[in-house]
Design a protein around this ligand. Structure first.
Ligand SMILES: *[C@@H]1O[C@H](CO)[C@@H](O)[C@H](O)[C@H]1NC(C)=O
Ligand SMILES: *[C@@H]1O[C@H](CO)[C@@H](O)[C@H](O)[C@H]1NC(C)=O
Ligand SMILES: *[C@@H]1O[C@H](CO)[C@@H](O)[C@H](O)[C@H]1NC(C)=O
Ligand SMILES: *[C@@H]1O[C@H](CO)[C@@H](O)[C@H](O)[C@H]1NC(C)=O
Ligand SMILES: *[C@@H]1O[C@H](CO)[C@@H](O)[C@H](O)[C@H]1NC(C)=O
Ligand SMILES: *[C@@H]1O[C@H](CO)[C@@H](O)[C@H](O)[C@H]1NC(C)=O
Ligand SMILES: *[C@@H]1O[C@H](CO)[C@@H](O)[C@H](O)[C@H]1NC(C)=O
Ligand SMILES: *[C@@H]1O[C@H](CO)[C@@H](O)[C@H](O)[C@H]1NC(C)=O
Length: 518
């Protein structure tokens, strides 16, 4: 059957979530868009300095800190507010948001980029082209007019740590003074480092950078302030790659996240683990707008799409998936003929590397199926949202238990949940039947919610900042700062900050908390 669902809802009611009213800041120097810019250690950012002591002592900001006579050497007011010094009533928009970035030895980050030709293990790709344009990859030329010109890049899904670092270099509330910082960012490219050694190396090689890193960090005076509990890492691989639980050589990954120092730190990654100090943030997609208007234009375009397929699935039909949800979905998709479009991403095929192909299919589909694959999550979740295609989830670990800072808590507002505890209970045509039962007005409401989510799941081009919209990076920083502030208030109240900080909680990835909500 053919579902035709032209969506012509008018563009309206954009949530202008947050307007940054920075009183004294900020001149973004646009970097040259080339590889050398990515590798150079000095970013063009103007560092902003802060007068607010937010250290563990819990000092409240004092009004006299805001006068021009501060002795703080980092405070150079002549740069910005010569004419209008802050009055006592005025507040610092960076208050509670200052971040200090550790200046790590280059072997932990830049050297990995310089030696990008080595970063090919586990994929058949040369990673160097993905590093250009501050980690976004090459601009995509799209003659088919599926994408917006100048804001789509061939972004590798594992580049989050590089993109995040580039965005942090331009963060409006950076400080050079660690004592003023609310959070401390550790720009270790743990995912790229791990990708060199995941296959065929013994555990001492796999753990070596991690051990060096925590030793370096714990020796720094910044560590002592909160025993590292204000430190955070961002990595572009799934958290399980850093959660090797034994020293058995056959176990997977490194033990970075089980090192004693690491237990005091938080880590953001594209998929989190069961441990409480791992947090998931969206995979980088290929859409990196540099202006609000590009986001609005794209959203408007997605509202107007003609959607010819009821549902679609992009993935690789592999024999080992036969008895998995993924295998069943592929079977059902192939059997349904017209209702479902299968985009075959089989190994060796380049189909799914090109966002033009993926977007073309997702833009033409009402629902996009997101079964778990090699791990719980997939970048495809975010490709679907970008295309205004309603995601269908089969396991709570694919999104609901993951992207807590980026996706609505009430998942019935933006997705369809078909929990599959046991694949053997799968009935033929389960998906088709379930989706066809959803009333048309509910489908339109879901679709509008998905389209509204687009700004929250994109990483805006690091060389610019969206004017009013908060992107995935902004929400990640906000979530991290809030978490660290909670720990800080714990310490102020004399409580043990270690309670549940790094505990394991498998319950969050079970079906139980999500039962009865679908
Ligand atoms: C700033 O310092 C000057 C001289 O050191 C002093 O005369 C003036 O009162 C100070 N202003 C404020 C606002 O503290
Ligand atoms: C403050 O900034 C001004 C203008 O950028 C510069 O000329 C001056 O040397 C700076 N002062 C200090 C103490 O860094
Ligand atoms: C986008 O760029 C492509 C190739 O550079 C061109 O063919 C196409 O017309 C452009 N589309 C728009 C809307 O400008
Ligand atoms: C691990 O491998 C490295 C080289 O790949 C080797 O030098 C080292 O001795 C090995 N360690 C152990 C414990 O086998
Ligand atoms: C290591 O893991 C393998 C495979 O899981 C297992 O066969 C082996 O007994 C384990 N070795 C040790 C020392 O636990
Ligand atoms: C981790 O934090 C606790 C305090 O919460 C501290 O006692 C411990 O020494 C810290 N661990 C490391 C390795 O710094
Ligand atoms: C979740 O959203 C649905 C609408 O999709 C609404 O009916 C329901 O009341 C909401 N649940 C909660 C707990 O807010
Ligand atoms: C399959 O059918 C059984 C019995 O009708 C039902 O309990 C189960 O929920 C169905 N499974 C799916 C995935 O729809």
């Amino acid at each position: 059957m053919i579902m035709e669902k032209p969506v012509t809802a008018k563009l309206c009611n954009y949530q202008l979530w947050f307007t940054f009213l920075s009183s004294f800041i900020l001149c973004f120097i646009i970097l040259c868009f080339d590889y050398s810019a990515l590798l150079s250690s000095s970013s063009g950012a103007t560092y902003v300095n802060n007068m607010y002591s937010n250290s563990i002592t819990g000092q409240e900001p004092k009004s006299h800190d805001f006068t021009r006579n501060s002795t703080n050497p980092f405070l150079n007011l002549s740069n910005s507010i010569t004419e209008h010094p802050l009055k006592e009533s005025e507040t610092d928009s960076c208050l509670g948001r200052y971040i200090y970035t550790h200046d790590l030895p280059t072997r932990f980050n830049e050297d990995l980029l310089k030696n990008c030709q080595k970063l090919t293990r586990g994929t058949d790709k040369n990673m160097c082209p993905y590093l250009v344009n501050n980690g976004l990859g090459h601009l995509i030329e799209d003659s088919e007019m599926v994408l917006l010109n100048n804001s789509w890049f061939s972004t590798n899904q594992f580049m989050l740590e590089v993109i995040f670092h580039e965005k942090m270099k331009k963060y409006e509330c950076l400080t050079y003074d660690p004592s003023l910082a609310s959070a401390i960012y550790v720009p270790f490219y743990a995912g790229l480092d791990m990708s060199l050694y995941l296959w065929g190396y013994n555990i001492s090689v796999r753990d070596s950078s991690s051990l060096d890193l925590v030793k370096w960090l714990a020796d720094k005076p910044e560590w002592r302030t909160m025993s590292g509990r204000d430190h955070f890492l961002v990595v572009g691989r799934i958290a399980w790659d850093f959660r090797r639980q034994t020293d058995n050589e056959t176990d997977w990954g490194s033990k970075l996240r089980f090192l004693p120092e690491s237990k005091n730190m938080s880590m953001l990654s594209i998929e989190s683990s069961s441990w409480n100090n791992d947090f998931a943030i969206p995979y980088p997609t290929c859409f990196h707008p540099s202006k609000d208007s590009e986001v609005f234009q794209w959203q408007d375009q997605m509202r107007k799409q003609k959607r010819l397929y009821l549902f679609s699935f992009a993935g690789a039909p592999r024999s080992e998936y036969q008895n998995s949800v993924r295998g069943k979905i592929i079977e059902e998709c192939l059997a349904s003929k017209y209702a479902c479009k299968l985009l075959d991403c089989n190994y060796g095929s380049t189909n799914c590397d090109n966002p033009v192909n993926v977007m073309k299919v997702f833009q033409s589909s009402v629902f996009c199926l997101q079964p778990p694959g090699d791990s719980y999550t997939r970048r495809s979740i975010f490709d679907a949202i970008l295309a205004g295609c309603i995601p269908v989830f089969f396991h709570p670990g694919t999104a609901y238990a993951q992207y807590l800072w980026h996706l609505p808590k009430n998942f019935t507002t933006y997705s369809v949940y078909i929990p599959v505890r046991y694949v053997k209970n799968w009935n033929a045509s389960s998906v088709t039947r379930t989706l066809l039962q959803i009333p048309g007005d509910k489908v339109l409401a879901l679709q509008e919610e998905v389209i509204k989510l687009i700004p929250s799941i994109v990483y805006a081009d690091p060389r610019s900042k969206l004017e009013t919209l908060e992107d995935a990076y902004d929400l990640a920083v906000k979530g991290m700062l809030k978490k660290i502030e909670t720990i800080r208030s714990f310490i102020r109240e004399g409580k043990d900050p270690g309670i549940s900080f790094a505990d394991r909680d498998d319950y969050k990835y079970t079906f139980s908390p999500y039962e009865g909500k679908a």
